[in-house]
Write a protein that binds this ligand. Sequence first.
Ligand code: F6P
Length: 553
Amino acid sequence: MTDTMSDTTPVPLRERPAYRELAAHYEAIKATHLRELFAAEPDRGPRLALQFEDIYFDYSKHRITDETLQLLIALAEQSGLPERIAAMFSGEHINLTEDRAVLHVALRAAADEHITFDGHDVVPDVQAVLAKMSDFADRVRSGEWTGHTGQRIRNVVNIGIGGSDLGPVMAYEALKHYSQRSLTFRFVSNIDGTDFVEKTLDLDPAETLFIVASKTFTTLETMTNARTARDWLLAGLGADESAVAKHFVALSTNAEKVSEFGIDTANMFGFWDWVGGRYSMDSAIGLSTMIAIGPDGFSRMLAGFHSVDLHFRTAPLPENIPALMGLLTVWYTDFFGAQTQAVLPYDQYLNRFPAYLQQLTMESNGKSVSLDGSPVDYNTGPVYWGEPGTNGQHSFYQLIHQGTLTIPADFIGFLHTLNPIGEHHDLLTANVFAQTEALAFGKTEEQVREEGTAEPLVPFKVFEGNHPTTTLLVDTLTPYTLGQLVALYEHSVFTQGTIWSVDSFDQWGVELGKVLAQRVIPELQSSEPPQLHHDSSTNTLIAKYRRAQGRPV
Ligand code: F6P
């Protein structure tokens, strides 16, 4: 905690004038149907949309009027959004509870930019790590970097969890089209030994490179998997510890721990504590991505991130896409009581995008204490979830269409597919447009009757509609547009956190479980019956497990 914490806290959310006006405005428009809004304004679709480079952002199918937008923008201003954006980009310690700067934007800054943090320009540091990563990635891709026995590397296994896994695996899946297909990529994250066993079952240790990705290099899951990987490698090669140097590299901020583990720090790619784990896929944590798509592809991805950073920093709020995305989430979360936000990418390559967003959004804004330490009296971060279309349509869309919850949904579609076979892409895209239309406009009782539906079935076939959606229509999925999409959500999260006055960059909520697990581990493993001082449920579960392992209780 910093001394300045209370100075930087704006007036409580409910006391901001725009929030009060929004509360009254919500009462006035909550019953207005999207059918009425579209009927009243024939060009609402193109008017409430923005084109930013190759991304078309259509927010017309939201339950908003011009007044709603004005009030949301006033709320952003009264919450200090412009000042906070400036503070982030200038390296201020906006992660108050950890007293850290938040500078993931420096990871993708242009090489000739200057971003200073505590008086130090971090851009040259970033460029130096990128150069080292590029050199290494090229050597692995070309076969110049060989394993201990001289065989070329054919398998790259990233071992990490949370931000040290979700970004890399999402980006690998998303950009597989651009990847070097002669290399196999695997991602081991879970401490469940099954993850390691299944991911390495068909791999030859002589051809396998492990990337141990951990900001802290202390995370239980990652260190356990990394030790297992080292044993697997040495057993498979019948080699001594010296083999580790050719088969293990580390991505971390903690050189001491990397060295303790036995990885030469010459094979370590560093980053800094001003990069949050969930904001790190474009740091050294992205080494697997770079090996997959090459240094040029990685640069294009960074350029995509950077383009949205510039947009977020400079576009006026009414034309600022991530700010609008964040404000719309606040609108539904705090006024409509929406508790979830669906993200529905209509591209199979984005199959891990919702999982990636879960950490980004929920670890960031799953907070119930505002910056001054007082409990919030409003809802904060919603649950983000989703699946690629059209699979979701045959699963959970029923609830979005006809359930009782309000579930704002982001539809992400592409004008061009990377796999143009037959009519697949037309059919896929037709579904994007049809779903948002159906969700917005539904089907009235009259329409159902006109179709000749038997009277008893009429209520079941009515679609209320009025379900809000955003459509992000992107030209093509490329490294550049992937970087743009991720940055849009990063800055949407930032906007939300600013309105809610929470620290979007700490994650104290994951600590308790970690600490308790450390207490339980010896109680499961001890050879003598442990003295258990938990609640009666936990004590019984521990005893049951010990019996199953043949350990005395
Ligand atoms: O437990 C949560 C967390 O700290 C995340 O924020 C982070 O991305 C993940 O663990 C992994 O941490 P590390 O990269 O230090 O292993």
